[in-house]
Ligand binder design. Structure first.
Ligand SMILES: [Zn+2]
Ligand SMILES: [Zn+2]
Length: 494
């Protein structure tokens, strides 16, 4: 296969002979997919790179000649990146998220997608490539190395997941914070891998993916596991088990037999239709999605209550203690107090008692500004008190120091509402009536307390100036889970 440059575009010479006036590379797309030539010796490099993916030419390590030869033999297909105001990579179809420019490649006014521009520009004349040949087959059956054991509730959820995987059904796993949901996934993943299925775990935050990766590599030592996030080095390898941030899913298509979506309620996944579209695009038509959440949104909770959604609850923590219930404490016009350089009295009293008991604590603030304003006031009580927020360059270090018990009290924004596990802490929220503290945020924050088996109890206080519906829903949510756990005999004691 030879290519020629025409007006700065690469066009196969054979096409030029048939149609000498080719002015648009998109004419290549008009060629219908070729039948699979089974005697063709395909490149296993291209196979492992492109299987289940949807990529730009620039993202592929092999030359365009090799790619086009595979196209002619039916192993690769081309698709227009943007077609009739729909982006085929990210699913964007909002008119304001497209822009047009005078394109030097297709010599037309060409439309490109602004929604996924950070992954390289996709326009009407940009081909997306897809693999149509056989999928790579793992060389050896997967080894499963895990010696831990599951609680009764975990085991039940694990069995349900196995049957969802076997029957290609979807399942929602609604597990309280600290339930031990990762362990619940092991058996289902193992069963899927045994059947040569390709599995993906997607989570909205890079931290979660990075934390999961070493754990899964230990449990499945012979499985190719790749970890994808912005800036990851492992883009070029085929993974039987793929750990990915939700954004990286845009590069997959018809790839996975089993998809596990962690923190399905968490930003940005729940707010971004195009990410949901990406999940649908990345799964195979006959596949299973396992959704994990501690705090399903209202709509999902209603679906569960009405029986319109297949779900399993893990209402108890693995250590069989109930989740501490939040207390509501009125703290007056706390913003005014801060303005006058005073910590609202009830919170000050709470803080002093924690310092006296040497009990490590987290105090959540609704905004960075209010927190920064309050920090010096807290440092007057103890100079080791620190604050942390999303853009803080020392964020990781501060969390580490908190874990090492070098910080007595850490002020934080909602950035630490999820994922952070510090043994034996108490938690306060200042201004829990603020909009940012939704039911889900408040449940997650309360979920920081009492996580370890050695310290299953703790104090969680919502300091407020007028209780809100969200605060009450959060309390009822936690109480409801504890009741359900008692009913099912998953909690010890009264
Ligand atoms: Zn797009
Ligand atoms: Zn163009």
């Amino acid at each position: 296969m030879r290519f020629a440059f025409v007006d700065n575009r690469l066009i196969p010479e054979s096409l030029l002979k048939e149609n000498p006036i080719l002015h648009r590379i998109s004419d290549i797309f008009s060629i219908s997919p070729q039948p699979l030539n089974e005697t063709f010796t395909y490149s296993s490099e291209l196979q492992s790179f492109l299987s289940g993916r949807s990529l730009l030419l620039d993202e592929i390590p092999t030359s365009i000649e090799v790619v086009h030869e595979h196209y002619l033999n039916g192993y690769v297909s081309y698709q227009k990146g943007v077609e009739e105001r729909l982006c085929n990579r990210c699913g964007n179809n909002s008119p304001h998220l497209f822009a047009s420019f005078s394109c030097s490649r297709c010599h037309k006014t060409c439309t490109y997608c602004r929604n996924c521009i950070m992954m390289g520009r996709v326009s009407e004349c940009t081909p997306l490539l897809k693999w149509h040949g056989p999928e790579p087959v793992p060389e050896s059956p997967p080894t499963f190395q895990w010696l831990g054991s599951l609680s009764v509730a975990q085991k039940e959820a694990s069995n349900r997941m196995v049957s969802a995987v076997n029957t290609s059904k979807d399942l929602l796993v609604w597990a309280v914070c600290g339930a031990g949901k990762t362990e619940v996934l092991f058996e289902g993943i193992h069963k899927a891998l045994q059947q040569n299925k390709r599995v993906c775990i997607a989570a909205p935050r890079t931290d979660v993916i990075l934390e999961l990766s070493p754990r899964l590599k230990k449990v499945f030592p012979d499985t190719t596991i790749i970890t994808l996030y912005g800036g990851s080095e492992e883009r070029n390898t085929y993974g039987q088990l793929v750990l990915s941030t939700t954004h990286q899913l845009y590069r997959f298509k018809d790839a996975f037999d089993v998809m596990i979506i962690d923190e399905v309620d968490a930003f940005p996944y729940s707010y971004d239709d195009s990410l949901q579209w990406a999940v649908e695009k990345a799964r195979k038509p006959d596949s299973s999605i396992i959704y994990l959440t501690a705090t399903p949104d209202r709509k999902t909770q209603k679906q569960c209550a009405k029986g319109n959604r297949t779900f399993i609850q893990i209402p108890a923590r693995f250590h069989r203690h109930p989740i501490p219930l939040p207390r509501f404490v009125w703290c007056g016009l706390w913003k005014k107090s801060l303005k006058k350089n005073r910590i609202p009295h009830p919170l000050k009293k709470w803080t002093i008692s924690k310092l006296e008991q040497s009990k490590q604590s987290l105090i959540f603030f609704p905004t960075v500004e209010l927190m920064e304003k309050a920090l010096p006031l807290f440092q007057e009580m103890n100079p080791l008190i620190e604050s942390v927020h999303a853009e803080d360059p020392q964020r990781k270090e501060k969390v580490m120091r908190m874990r090492n018990n070098e910080i007595p009290i850490l002020l934080t924004t909602t950035i630490l509402e999820r994922g952070v596990t510090i043994s034996n802490i108490d938690v306060a929220v200042l201004g829990s009536e603020e909009k940012i503290f939704t039911e889900s945020a408040l449940v997650q924050i309360a979920g920081r307390v009492g996580r370890s088996a050695d310290f299953p109890k703790g104090d969680i206080v919502y300091f407020h100036y007028g209780r809100t519906g969200e605060m009450i829903k959060a309390l009822l949510h936690i109480d409801g889970m504890n009741k359900e756990a008692r009913k099912r005999g998953l909690i010890d004691g009264k």
